[in-house]
Design a protein around this ligand. Structure first.
Ligand code: COS
Length: 384
């Protein structure tokens, strides 16, 4: 469902140039300082990257899922931390409002999200509720025209920067499952919110996660997403479904970058008197990687197109997240192998990618959760 091929091509060209000329040269600095430089953040805002998926009527670019996937293929060709900065706003941070929010909620928040003025985080995971998201314990108790929120959220991407949280909390304590959960928009300035110390992570330096602690935090009832209690888990699942296609597309981009670097190295590095790319065992690693990247690219585009067509893509979104993230891990591993000793030291950046991409198999639903979603859907459909 690409609406205007010329505009899209021009936009993709500008993203490609931005990645090559501004982001790739800054990769080492971001890894060393654990910060994305302010001028790069400003450029991202100016390019409209924070508003990729917000409709044009709210100041965004209003991209379709297919168009978004094409942008993510380009954005993936550098350190994933850059994507993380605007990706949580574009994806899981804002989609709850976009998919299930009331018109007043959309009017109030989407323009600020689209411009990058507000960074959005998705607050679902808790110390005791990860894969079993429906068991979350954070509570939101109604008191007059407010909800009083108490609880701790964990590993919340961009929490230190967030101006807004899409928060999942239990409004019905008698319902311990999915039906007792509601989604809220919580502004950063609301009293009763504490952000923990940024987590020390394996990779993705420059992208920060932290605990978010709510203590008697008073959230206006007007910020209950969709204005109806008990719908929050479904909102979270819809948001994650879309997010999984987005992550699959990023995995494709990063894998393409790693493969390109590994190929360049294999063609230049000589052993036994010739470039190692001439050796069939190295060629096998290159070819297997190419094949898998191509398959993941086709899957992400197909799932995106189906979603744009209004199909239920629960299965396809999980299939492409599962395949693309696992594929990305395999490509990272082969790339390190092709680089050999140089792949294990930090100079070439490939060991950094190897650590960075490990997260793709974990967040927005682990590989095992994707397997579970796929198999459950298969069984459900066969039952009908
Ligand atoms: N779209 C809309 N609704 C959905 C949905 C989707 N993609 N997936 C599930 N739902 C609905 C179900 O239809 C069900 O509604 P009803 O009660 O009306 O039938 C409700 O949500 C509960 O679904 P289900 O019974 O499948 O919930 P479970 O507790 O069994 O959990 C899994 C399902 C495990 C798939 C879910 O908890 C999950 O995705 N976990 C991983 C969470 C995750 O990705 N965390 C990452 C953190 S964010 S970086």
């Amino acid at each position: 469902m690409i609406r205007d091929p010329d505009t899209l091509t021009a936009f993709l060209d500008s993203v490609r140039r931005f990645v090559k000329e501004r982001l790739v040269p800054a990769e080492n600095t971001v890894a060393e300082t654990d910060e994305i430089p302010d001028d790069i953040v400003a450029d991202m805002k100016a390019m409209g990257l924070f508003g990729l998926t917000v409709p044009e009527s709210y100041g965004g670019l209003g991209l379709t899922m297919e168009e978004e996937a094409l942008v993510m293929f380009e954005m993936g060709r550098t350190s994933p931390a850059f994507r993380s900065l605007f990706g949580t706003t574009v994806g899981i941070g804002s989609q709850g409002i976009l998919i299930d929010g009331t018109p007043a909620q959309k009017d109030k928040y989407l323009p600020m999200l689209a411009s990058g003025e507000l960074i959005a985080s998705f607050a679902l995971t808790e110390p005791e509720a990860g894969s079993d998201a429906a068991s979350l314990r954070t509570t939101a108790r109604r008191e007059g025209d407010h909800y009083i929120v108490n609880g701790t959220k964990r590993f919340i991407t961009n929490a230190p920067l967030a101006g807004l949280f899409t928060l999942m909390a239990r409004t019905d304590p008698s319902n311990k499952g999915a039906g007792g959960v509601s989604a809220f928009i919580v502004e950063r300035g609301t009293p009763g919110i504490t952000i923990g110390k940024p987590d020390k992570k394996m990779g993705q330096r420059g992208a920060h996660t932290a605990d978010v602690i709510f203590e008697n935090c008073r959230v206006p009832a007007a910020n209950l997403i969709g204005g109806k209690e008990g719908m929050g888990f479904k909102t979270a699942m819809k948001v994650l479904e879309k997010g999984r296609i987005h992550i699959a597309a990023i995995c494709v981009g990063v894998a393409e970058r790693m493969l390109e670097d590994a190929l360049a190295y294999a063609m230049e590095r000589k052993q036994f008197g010739q470039p190692i790319a001439e050796f069939q065992l190295v060629q096998a690693m290159l070819a297997d990687s190419k094949m898998e990247v191509y398959a993941a690219r086709c899957m992400a585009i197909d799932a995106a197109r189906r979603r744009d067509n209004g199909e239920n893509v629960s299965t396809e979104a999980s299939c492409c997240k599962l395949f693309a993230s696992e594929m990305c891990g395999r490509v990272a591993d082969r790339a390190v192998q092709i680089f050999g000793g140089s792949g294990y030291v930090a100079d070439h950046g490939i060991e950094r990618f190897y650590r960075d991409v490990r997260l793709f198999r974990i967040y927005e639903g682990t590989s095992q959760i994707q397997q579970l979603v796929i198999a459950r859907n298969m069984i459900r459909e066969a039952d009908h």
